[in-house]
Design a protein around this ligand. Sequence first.
Ligand SMILES: [Zn+2]
Length: 134
Amino acid sequence: MEYKLTFDQYQQGLEQEEFSGLQCNACNTLTFPPLGVCRNCGGADLKVTRISGNGTLRTFTVIRVAPEGMKPPYVVAMVELEEGAWVTGNLVGIDPDEADMSLIEKKVKLGSQVVKGDTYSAGDSRVVTFSLIE
Ligand SMILES: [Zn+2]
């Protein structure tokens, strides 16, 4: 199988605040974060595409009991990107104890942060974050 976008290329993009997804040549659906196949039709005919990094916060939860290596409390959100894909990541730059339903439908911008590796992973990796657009 040929990978249009490798994990390393995706990680390097995140570090430079350049967000790459995969656009399906069969059904035109954007897959982000990138996967081996289209999230809609399962097709493998994909092209790398740069996404805007803008989205709308659709739902969230505050984590108070965290897995190993994570420091609670923090906010995990689901965001619908302008391009249609839904993405999960941490909402940063707010006090988790102040998080309430007024966050729903807020406009956010993608960013990234490094998550330390744990017993079950292959080391540190960079993941998507969200920040509120004032
Ligand atoms: Zn597709």
